[in-house]
Ligand binder design. Structure first.
Ligand SMILES: Nc1ncnc2c1ncn2[C@@H]1O[C@H](COP(=O)(O)OP(=O)(O)O)[C@@H](O)[C@H]1O
Ligand SMILES: [Mg+2]
Length: 238
């Protein structure tokens, strides 16, 4: 399998706070990798460091064979890494359709491509299609998450990074969102999925990593991790 993303010994700081300590992980072609860990472990920081929003202090980040560690965030998006941040952040005053069109804006000047991708997104998310003219601010939390993911797809990502897509959503909506993540991945897009919901994430993912206070403490195939006694105790017992 060929490698899409590789972090090697990445360190990151917020002032004196040493948020990432030698983080190494990979996302392979066609796979979903899950990054698990409790609140404050450094999951969001890992995604922000990959996106260039937080500067790596040491180590290296390679994407499709290219060193991206010191590139600007807009350059990293252009290369195809699209980050759906925690808490969604859709444009509430704009309609669903306008939000999606904005997603396609940065990447493609090709209207045929945009039209095709929009059709694909509406097919993946029928709820968005039904609400195309509705203001995004009036959508439910789950629908806003779908919109944030749909907008990310509009820019033709080569790696999709999702930060806690299930946060604050009812179990039935989480199921729907995870099913769509699986479909997106089945279309060939590799996914780096950050989750506190370890059980659901490991069902979906091929590979799993556990982050504790800025360090990767466990990594394995997702099916094996979900049987790991330490994981079961810390994250799956309920
Ligand atoms: N903007 C910031 N300024 C200072 N410290 C931060 C900032 N963002 C996160 N941190 C700290 O970095 C650590 C990792 O945070 P974060 O990556 O958000 O964790 P997670 O996403 O796993 O909950 C935490 O100790 C958090 O308090
Ligand atoms: Mg977070």
């Amino acid at each position: 399998m060929s490698q899409i993303l590789e972090l090697r010994d990445v360190d990151a700081f917020y002032g004196q706070v040493h948020a990432l300590r030698g983080v190494s992980l990979r996302v392979e072609e066609g796979e979903i990798a899950a990054l698990l860990g409790s609140n404050g472990a450094g999951k969001s920081t890992t995604l922000k460091t990959i996106s260039g929003l937080v500067r790596a202090k040491g180590g290296s980040i390679r994407f499709l064979g290219e060193e991206i560690t010191r590139l600007d965030p807009h350059r990293i998006v252009e290369l195809g890494i699209v980050h759906v941040p925690e808490g969604r952040r859709v444009f509430g005053a704009l309609t669903v359709l306008e939000n999606l069109e904005l997603g396609g804006f940065t990447k493609r000047k090709d209207p045929a491509f945009t039209k095709r991708t929009l059709e694909r997104v509406m097919h993946l998310f029928p709820r968005l299609n039904e609400r195309a003219k509705q203001r995004a601010g009036t959508l439910s939390g789950g629908e806003q998450q779908m919109l944030a993911m749909g907008r990310a797809l509009m820019s033709d990502p080569k790696l999709l990074m999702l930060d806690e897509p299930s946060m604050g959503l009812a179990p039935i909506i989480v199921k729907e969102i995870f099913k769509i993540v699986r479909q997106i991945n089945a279309e060939g897009i590799p996914v780096l999925l950050v989750e506190q919901n370890a059980k659901a994430a490991l069902k979906l993912a091929h590979q799993g990593y556990v982050l504790e206070t800025g360090q990767i403490t466990l990594q394995n195939r997702a099916d094996l991790l979900s049987q790991d006694e330490k994981i079961v105790k810390a994250y799956l017992a309920n």
